[in-house]
Design a binder for this molecule. Structure first.
Ligand code: VG1
Ligand code: CO
Length: 544
């Protein structure tokens, strides 16, 4: 076997964000940029001797080249087995499952998730550990430090492997197994949910659903599970063919990017249930006829109904949510008398809680929910969960939501994003807020009084690692909350996210328009942070 050692010059900008390293394709195409980062990963985890690595991606532009490069480099770095998704495809949750199922030592997922794809779009690399979950913050920092010191990378001098044919081939001394990206995942779903019951719902004439795969990775998964296994009519899955540029759209399921699906569900021809997923298949958006379920509410509803899903029939050990996610989940946890953890944004922070059985279910306001079945959020899993609730409770989505609010109260919620603003301005806005938090308590704000304000910091209860400066929280006496943080997934400038939440216990006020209910909080959030003056923007570019 011929191993080449190629000289490299270290890069100093390979710092992973909320979810791996994400950059424009053009950056990844710089000489040995991809190789530099991969070599840093392999060296940080201690090489590949006798190890198994799972490799796949969301199918975006540059995926296939990256998979060939990663395979050659993994072989040269000593990995014994590589498990590669056919055509280079693996959704993020499917990759997580495959790592766990095969007892692999880790996995590479090539994805920039909801970021746009194509030659002008973004690319990304996530490294997941043996538990199937995203590299911890500690490991991510070590990889970054290493990436700044790489002076050479290794690869085997072998031709491309055929990633379109199932089966085993060798690459130097490494065995590469090309696997069906869908079958293991679909089998896992069958162990969690009652497929007979779901099939009954999806084949009944009184129920119709639509799933929008946004030309991203979930197309093949949704077709295999919803249409082939559960018998939903062909055509239930739309935009089901993964395209390298996602058809030119941003594969980000929310009220803005999934406008046509939202309009459809609020229009004359609306069906009973609709959902969409993102680039790498870990997010989900849930819609009923004339109703959009906020991700925070969705998480709370799943927790409150978990006992009706076979996999969770014996109850939840605990739940967790990222800090900006609404506290609707906390009320359910209180009712169930189970712990509810509050973690920083990003799935990596749920890992230790899931691994130690402290929690069964968790989620984020950014359209992500999941459980201990894998170590990533899981879009289709959330869809099957919702379908189970609809089937077992025999209720449409709006009834399930109204019922939930009647029981627990409603957390009106919205996220306002100021995208692609000047990074220096956004940082100084956050600094100014940080300077203020110490003496905010007691001040009047949005018709109430600030009870506490801080910059969120989190100590992992398992490994005691500390994550600081995770977002500014302003809590009001009436139960409302404003949260500010900067995005860690963008690739151009900075994105400021403002999360607004207002609690309403009184059922007769639950049908109010969220925008109106949150209007004064939104105004207060803007003036507290001096947004127009600092960012030169009058209003957010995205509201979800
Ligand atoms: C965003 C979301 C966060 C999510 C992350 C990765 O991060 O807010 O909740 O975990 O994306 O999701 P940020 O730092 O931009 O706010 V995915 O589907 O892109 O892996
Ligand atoms: Co994603």
């Amino acid at each position: 076997m011929n191993v080449l050692t190629m000289p490299a010059r270290p890069y100093d900008d390979q710092r992973p964000g909320t979810s791996g390293l994400r950059k424009p394709v053009a950056i990844f195409r710089q000489p040995h940029y991809l190789e530099n980062y991969l070599q840093a990963i392999f060296e940080t985890v201690g090489g590949g001797a006798n190890r198994t690595l799972v490799i796949g991606g969301d199918g975006r532009f540059f995926n296939r080249e990256a998979i060939q490069t990663a395979s050659r480099m993994a072989a040269a770095n000593g990995y014994k087995h590589l498990v590669v998704g056919r055509a280079g495809l693996l959704s993020t949750p499917a990759a997580s499952h495959l790592i766990r199922k095969r007892g692999a030592d880790g996995g590479l997922i090539f994805s920039a998730s909801h970021n746009p794809g194509g030659p002008e779009g973004d690319f990304g690399i996530k490294y997941n550990s043996a538990n199937g979950g995203p590299a911890s913050e500690t490991l991510s920092r070590a990889i970054y430090a290493r990436s700044k010191r790489i002076v050479a990378y290794r690869l085997v001098d072998e031709p491309d492997i055929d990633i379109d044919r199932l089966g085993k081939v060798s690459l130097g001394e490494t065995e590469v197994e090309v696997v069906d990206p869908v079958s293991d995942y679909a089998e896992l779903m069958e162990t969690l949910f009652d497929f007979e019951r779901l099939a009954e719902l999806l084949t009944s004439t009184s129920f119709k659903m639509r799933f929008d795969a946004m030309h991203a990775i979930t197309g093949p998964y949704a077709r295999a599970i919803l249409e082939e296994r559960l018998g939903a009519p062909v055509g239930t899955v739309i935009n089901g063919k993964p395209l390298p540029d996602f058809g030119g759209a941003k594969p980000d399921p929310n009220l803005v990017r999934s406008r046509s699906l939202v309009d459809f569900m609020f229009g004359q021809d609306a069906v009973n249930f609709a959902a969409a997923s993102d680039g790498d298949g870990d997010r989900n958006m849930i819609l009923g006829r004339k109703i959009f379920v906020t991700p925070s509410d969705s998480l709370a509803v799943l927790a409150a109904n978990a006992h009706i899903v076979p996999a969770y029939s014996s109850g939840l050990t605990g739940v967790a949510r990222s800090m900006p996610t609404s506290r609707a989940l906390d009320r359910v946890a209180q009712d169930l008398a189970i712990p509810c953890f509050e973690t920083p944004t990003g799935w990596k922070y749920f890992g230790s809680l899931l691994d130690t059985g402290r929690i069964t279910l968790c989620g984020e306001e950014s359209f992500g929910t999941g459980s201990d079945h894998v170590r990533e959020k899981d879009g289709l899993w959330a869809v099957l969960f919702w379908l189970t609730i609809i089937a077992v409770r025999g209720m449409p989505v709006h009834r399930i939501i109204k019922d939930h609010w009647a029981r627990y109260g409603r957390h009106f919620y919205a996220r306002h994003d100021y995208e692609a603003v000047d990074a220096a301005a956004a940082n100084s806005l956050m600094d100014a807020l940080r300077d203020q938090v110490g003496d905010m308590a007691g001040k009047r704000l949005a018709g109430s009084i600030v009870s506490t304000a801080d910059d969120f910091s989190y100590t992992d209860p398992v490994d005691r690692s500390v994550a600081e400066r995770q977002g500014i929280r302003v809590l009001l006496e009436d139960g409302s909350r404003i949260v500010y943080r900067l995005s860690g997934t963008g690739t151009g400038g900075a994105t400021l996210r403002i999360y607004l939440e207002r609690y309403e216990a009184r059922a007769w006020l639950h049908d109010k328009d969220a925008r109106k209910v949150l209007n004064d909080l939104s105004f207060a959030a803007g003036s507290l942070a001096e947004i127009p003056a600092r960012l030169g923007r009058e209003r957010p570019s995205l509201v979800t």
